[in-house]
Design a protein. Structure first.
Length: 330
């Protein structure tokens, strides 16, 4: 007989970087977890520690196709999130955001589940407002190399709010700013993983542009905390809510910190700035503070100290041929 005290929660993209951490957090809180992933960028290595838990189930599935399961809540995290991955197959990226949202919203409607959408700071594009508030509509190129992701996520938000208006669905929308931590894909092209991998291998650290563009970096545990609080908030509060760390660093400052913490001999080299790469990106998190009393607790240096050993272990495992292979190694 089913234990009615346990929530049944579906996490799409559950074998990815953030999804795998979310699955563990929800298991620790006493939930039954159905992890869904097509393993385009997710990895079974991220969820290996969870596979023996009787309250964890793994299903290989692509959210661009309908899914018929019985759940109480849905966290929709499925979508490649780094430029290298989402530009590899931009049509599929857009389909994952749009068709995936339609399929998960349809499932939520059928089973009357509360549903969470992992949106992104990319909906703001190259912002003309700084820091970015949720009320800002953005400055986005609809026809650029990044548009498959930016516009896909914007359309997904539209669908979520239309399903709420038309069908009374209980929705939550979080806009994720730069997040980092263990389980990041080592070859995803994102700045934290790039810099750490280059530093550990004593390779030149690649700085695009002059390095004075800024980002704010949120450690994954802080991100999960605001996810949980948002999902538990009253139904009338839907978001969107900015989720990220409002402390800004230049990309050059990040590179210098990584070199220091790894003891690397790497030198910094400059390359041209990619198309549509935003110059400044920083969240205004006033809404999260107001509604949840949330503010990030783990600052960049501490977060990097927790993250670097993960990448160091990956490199050592590669050298020793002990597994922990990334998708590009297979």
């Amino acid at each position: 007989m089913r234990d009615l005290s346990r929530k049944r929660i579906l996490v799409t993209g559950g074998a990815g970087f953030i999804g795998s951490h979310l699955c563990k957090r929800l298991l620790d809180e006493g939930c039954d977890i159905l992890c869904v992933d097509n393993f385009f960028t997710g990895s079974k290595d991220n969820i290996l520690p969870l596979l023996d838990n009787p309250h964890f189930e793994l299903l290989r599935h692509d959210v661009t196709f309908p899914l018929y399961v019985e759940v109480d809540e849905i966290y929709n995290l499925a979508c490649p999130a780094s430029p290298i991955h989402y530009q590899f197959d931009p049509v599929q990226t857009a389909k994952t955001s749009v068709h995936g949202a339609i399929n998960m919203l349809g499932l939520a409607k059928r089973v009357r589940a509360k549903i969470f959408q992992a949106s992104t700071s990319e909906v703001y594009g190259d912002p003309r407002e700084h820091p970015q508030k949720e009320s800002y509509w953005g400055h986005v190129n609809p026809n650029g190399l990044r548009s498959c992701y930016d516009e896909g996520k914007r359309c997904a938000e539209t669908l979520f709010f239309d399903y709420r208006r038309q069908h009374g669905l209980r929705i939550k929308v979080a806009r994720i700013f730069n997040t980092y931590g263990p389980n990041m894909h080592p070859n995803d092209g994102r700045v934290v993983s790039n810099f750490i991998m280059q530093a550990l291998k004593n390779e030149p650290i690649t700085l695009y542009g002059d390095g004075e563009q800024t980002r704010s970096f949120c450690y994954v545990d802080d991100l999960l905390e605001v996810f949980i609080r948002l999902m538990a908030s009253p139904d009338e509060f839907t978001g969107p809510v900015n989720t990220g760390n409002p402390v800004e660093f230049t990309i050059r400052e990040l590179a210098e910190m990584v070199i220091e913490l790894t003891g690397s001999r790497s030198e910094i080299v400059n390359k041209p700035l990619p198309e549509d790469d935003p110059v400044r990106r920083c969240p205004d998190i006033s809404l999260a503070r107001e509604h949840f009393g949330w503010t990030p607790a783990i600052q960049l240096k501490e977060g990097l100290e927790r993250t670097i050993p993960y990448f160091d272990q990956l490199l050592k495992a590669r050298k020793n041929n002990q597994g922990l292979l990334t998708p590009s190694d297979r």
